[in-house]
Write a protein that binds this ligand. Structure first.
Ligand code: RIB
Ligand code: CA
Length: 313
């Protein structure tokens, strides 16, 4: 079986970094065509820098990294330094990247790649706000039907919001972009907080990162030590949700997850519930089912996969 071709669209973010490392540690299953940075957890100059740092940490200076949109389609950027720190990758001291940023804009890379590769052979993996993806779809509608699948981290229903009482961060930052993606008709698999909040970085899992005895293991453990402090205090939980690697783990081992194919629509007008992913979980409307909305995960298998694959780097 040939490796699945993907583009990771990201706003690193410690959990984004682990997702990128998981993809790069799984070359038999995943071929990363490129990494496109978007403004989100921290502004774009930092997210593109951080994406390059992670590629260099993985020894993959060959992976092309592109800078994308620096602000949401119609709103002011909201960032999350309170969770991820000023740099977005706070925790360990990190050297500046030396690999170059690509000159091509991320949106152009997404469009060109989808037009070049055979239809239905490229999966988009957004793990930040959906601004780059939506901009590409708006600028080049012909690429929409060429996308194999979108597997994204974002949204929340039973778990409710993390940036407002109603909304999850990635969707909240650019709800208009999310609406474009969720209405695009592309096969869509969603990893909401409903599932990521069941993948907590408990002490044994973080000890497993450290026990790798590698630079990657040390970095991931120190990233986790930093970003989990916010969620542990907020939720009183035994660890922090390791959100973004769920997208990559799904590509490698989909059986690790359970969910339901339902209608999901995005709130884009009410200030009270802006960015909410309204999932018709019980089928009480005749709205079209447009998303595989995940809710269950085998957390032990998830962390075992991450540890096993990152140990290869
Ligand atoms: O709400 C969690 C999401 O927001 C994750 O993708 C995290 O990296 C932040 O971008
Ligand atoms: Ca992210």
């Amino acid at each position: 079986m040939s490796a699945r071709k993907i583009i990771i669209d990201t706003d690193p973010g410690q959990d984004d970094a682990v997702a990128i490392l998981l993809a790069l540690g799984s070359p038999d299953e995943i071929e990363v065509l490129g990494i496109t940075a978007v403004a989100g957890n921290v502004p774009l100059p930092l997210t593109e820098r951080n994406a390059r740092i992670v590629c260099e940490l993985a020894g993959r200076r060959d992976i092309p990294v592109f800078a994308g949109c620096e602000a949401p389609l119609k709103r002011k950027l909201v960032t999350a330094e309170h969770v991820h720190g000023k740099t977005g990758l706070d925790g360990p001291q990190l050297p500046d990247p030396t690999m170059p940023l690509q000159d091509t804009h991320a949106v152009d890379f997404i469009i060109e790649t989808l037009r070049r590769e055979a239809p239905g052979t490229v999966t988009l993996c957004p793990i930040g706000p959906l601004t780059n993806i939506a901009t590409a779809f708006e600028r080049a509608p012909d690429i929409v039907e060429r996308v194999e699948e979108i597997v994204l981290m974002g949204g929340a229903y039973f778990e409710v919001g993390n940036i407002t009482p109603a909304a999850e961060f990635n969707i909240y930052v650019d709800p208009e972009a999310a609406e474009i993606v969720f209405k695009s008709g592309v096969r869509l698999t969603v990893m909401p907080l409903d599932v990521t909040h069941k993948a907590l970085t408990t002490a044994p899992h973080v000890a497993g990162f450290r026990a790798m005895g590698t630079e990657v293991g040390r970095m991931v453990a120190e990233w986790t030590d930093f970003f989990e402090r916010f969620d542990k205090e907020k939720y009183g939980s035994a660890g922090a949700p390791l959100h973004d690697p769920c997208v990559i783990a799904y590509l490698i081992a989909p059986g690790m997850f359970t969910g339901r194919h339902v209608n999901v629509e995005i709130e884009t007008t009410s200030e009270l519930t802006l960015g909410m992913t309204v999932a018709d979980w019980w089928g009480v409307t005749d709205r079209p089912r447009n998303a595989m909305f995940m809710g269950g995960i085998d957390a032990d298998a998830y962390f075992a996969l991450i540890t096993e694959r990152l140990a290869r780097l």
